[in-house]
Design a binder for this molecule. Structure first.
Ligand SMILES: Cc1cc2nc3c(=O)[nH]c(=O)nc-3n(C[C@H](O)[C@H](O)[C@H](O)COP(=O)(O)OP(=O)(O)OC[C@H]3O[C@@H](n4cnc5c(N)ncnc54)[C@H](O)[C@@H]3O)c2cc1C
Length: 307
């Protein structure tokens, strides 16, 4: 084996795909299989502004990812499609200056504001994570690698180890800067919604919905330092109420499930190398609320170092 990838969330799987398709012999180990990761819970929207550190690299990672996801949207089996949707905010009066650079930008008409002073349309890839993670696993299999479910306690086992352990890096890499940022989603049957909706402004609670064929993912919230991975019924009702206030069709939608994910928060994404007892380790974790958006860029960055 040339490279061992630790982690089978969106970051680990994408990295493993890039390395295996590049001709390396790759192993993947993960304490939890893809369907039980934080990545499975994500919405997931790809576009939007970049506020993530390290800013220079993050802009490139997101731009690279945006191009890859846009290309993947041509194949319906990937679970990716390019959708239009509204970005809104209760802060400010005008769309921010960066908005006009986003694909598909146009200010909302007065009757499209849904009560928010700032509202504009963009287009962005939307990723149906259960289907997309399944697609990545199949693509990995086609390149000769499957996920081995096993927890590791140290960074070794191959000449090169890529550490994509998300929140697990807190222990595995001994990094106290990694912390959970809890989020809850409510999944409902889709009453015919095609456009997404996302309220920005970085508060602890907001309104968002992402339609994927037969289901809609409703959010959202963020609770820093919260390890509770169980659904909170009060939050479920609040999410349903906020979303129904924007899109009345959601008031009648059947609740299919409630999902909780612990985002791997960190002040800055860590993509860097170190030698650990003679092993070349490339860390790639701490993606917070943008791991899907950064996944292809980070994976291509790692591939460029190893291929
Ligand atoms: C509610 C919610 C909404 C979100 N919406 C979006 C969105 O719209 N757009 C976006 O880009 N992002 C979004 N995110 C963020 C995104 O989900 C994360 O940034 C992303 O999933 C992180 O991926 P990851 O592969 O690093 O980690 P994870 O998906 O957590 O995977 C980590 C992997 O490492 C394994 N692991 C950990 N420790 C060990 C160990 N010791 N040994 C072996 N394996 C180990 C785990 O088992 C797992 O397989 C959202 C997150 C939440 C919770």
């Amino acid at each position: 084996m040339d490279v061992l990838v630790i982690g089978a969330g969106v970051v680990g799987l994408t990295t493993a795909v890039c390395l295996a398709e590049g001709g390396l012999e790759v192993g993947v180990v993960a304490a939890e299989p893809p369907r039980r990761t934080t990545s499975m819970v994500a919405g997931a929207m790809i576009g939007g502004p970049v506020f993530t550190e390290p800013m220079d690299s993050a802009v490139w990672w997101q731009r690279t990812s945006l191009a890859e996801f846009t290309a993947l949207a041509a194949d319906p089996d990937t679970g990716v499609r390019v959708a239009r949707g509204r970005l809104v905010s209760r802060i400010g009066e005008q769309p921010p200056p960066w908005a006009a650079d986003l694909p598909g930008y146009r200010p909302c008409e007065p009757d499209e504001h849904a009560g928010f002073p700032v509202a504009f349309w963009i287009s962005s890839p939307l990723v149906d994570m259960p289907r997309y993670l399944g697609y990545l696993e199949l693509r990995l299999l086609a390149a000769g690698t499957r996920v081995e479910v096993r927890e590791v306690t140290s960074l070794g086992g191959a000449p090169v180890v890529v550490n994509c352990s998300g929140l697990g890096a807190r222990e595995l890499a001994g990094d106290p800067e990694v912390r959970p940022v809890r989020g809850q989603h409510v999944i409902v049957s889709n009453p015919g919604i095609e456009d997404f909706f996302f309220e920005g402004g970085f508060e602890s609670e907001w309104t968002s919905f992402m339609p994927h064929e037969e289901r809609v993912v409703l959010g959202g919230n963020a609770s820093d330092g919260d390890w509770n991975d169980q659904p909170d019924p009060r939050q479920t009702q609040e999410i349903l109420d906020r979303c129904a206030a924007v899109e009345p069709r959601l008031a009648e939608a059947r609740v299919l499930g409630v999902e909780v994910g612990l985002r791997p928060g960190r002040p800055s994404i860590r993509l860097e190398e170190e030698q650990v007892h003679g092993t070349r380790v490339i860390h790639c974790y701490g993606h917070g609320g943008v791991g899907v958006s950064m996944s292809w860029g980070c994976a291509r960055d790692i591939a460029a170092r190893l291929l």
